[in-house]
Design a protein around this ligand. Structure first.
Ligand SMILES: Nc1ncnc2c1ncn2[C@@H]1O[C@H](COP(=O)(O)OP(=O)(O)OP(=O)(O)O)[C@@H](O)[C@H]1O
Ligand SMILES: [Mg+2]
Length: 274
């Protein structure tokens, strides 16, 4: 009984938070990258996507929303003085938590390794960071890199994002997780963008996306919900090498097949989101 009441109170508090979100007038788009299964390559993908978007002249800010594990600052090879949590705690201003990277037109709002935010509140805490970043009206796009799973942090970012991109591999457990994500999003969103990592060619991703869509139809998920396949990235040792050197493969291997594949995805985002 008490558990039920608590859960109702939590839901109510979340709904109130969403309902009272500011009506923000901004040019800034918001794209959340998620997967369900961990380790499929989200952070690597997000960092390189940010580079390719910035190379097209966009002002990009990446938010490291993998609560408890701060990977992005490693990928960008920077040591931010302030993180998202310093802003949420009131220790710094938003502009201090938005740190420049060594890449032109890419900023980072960093996470904090080992940070635990869970027990402090039941309400939507991260919405504030997103809304205040949108309200800056400075960036063209916010890329949110979420952690593994569909925990409440990830759900919070998903619920406030107009655009969601799921990255998966062809691994059965990754596909099961991405289908769970489709199920969850089908009642709240119009569309999910789907990308395949560790996938040799475009057609493989396209075929498996088709099977996921058929399964959704068979199981009568909301028929207005669209899953759109937008591209694949192959497995490449260049990715591990550049990560070890704390560099971005899209910059170091401009002509490589994987960078070309990432550019197909980047162009989709430029055409359909921006
Ligand atoms: N296409 C690829 N080819 C080769 N290695 C890759 C590829 N994509 C990612 N990796 C490697 O896989 C590992 C996991 O990648 P990454 O940390 O980006 O995954 P993640 O989905 O963000 O993980 P988590 O769920 O823990 O946040 C890293 O070592 C990365 O260099
Ligand atoms: Mg990650």
């Amino acid at each position: 009984m008490l558990n039920n009441l608590n859960s109702i109170a939590n839901q109510a508090s979340k709904l109130i938070n969403l309902a009272t979100r500011k009506n923000i007038k901004t040019k800034t788009k918001l794209l959340t990258i998620t997967s369900g299964k961990g380790g499929v390559g989200k952070s690597t993908f997000t960092a390189n996507l940010s580079y390719l978007l910035s190379a097209k002249g966009l002002k990009v800010v990446v938010i490291d929303a993998d609560i408890g594990l701060a990977n992005m600052q490693v990928l960008f090879d920077i040591k931010p003085k302030f993180t998202m949590f310093d802003y949420l705690d009131g220790t710094c201003k938003l502009k201090e938590a938005v740190v420049a990277t060594k890449y032109k037109n890419i900023h980072l709002i960093a996470g904090k390794t080992g940070h635990e935010y869970a027990s402090k509140t039941n309400s939507f805490v991260f919405t504030k960071v997103i809304d205040d970043t949108l309200a800056l009206n400075y960036f063209d796009i916010i890329l949110v890199d979420t952690g593994a799973g569909l925990n409440r942090y990830v759900r919070e970012f998903l619920s406030i994002s107009d655009h969601v991109l799921a990255l998966t591999t062809t691994d059965p457990s990754a596909l099961t997780d991405v289908y769970s994500l489709m199920k969850m999003l089908s009642s709240q969103k119009e569309k999910l963008l789907l990308c395949f990592n560790h996938t040799k060619n475009y057609q493989i991703g396209e075929t498996i996306s088709g099977s996921l869509i058929k399964l959704a139809q068979k199981n009568r998920l909301n028929k207005d919900f669209m899953v759109e396949y937008i591209g694949n990235v192959s497995t490449s040792s260049n990715i591990a090498t550049t990560a070890r050197l704390r560099k971005l493969f899209a910059k170091e291997f401009d002509d490589d097949e994987i960078t070309k594949q990432m550019k197909v995805i980047t162009n989709y985002i430029l055409r359909h989101i921006m």
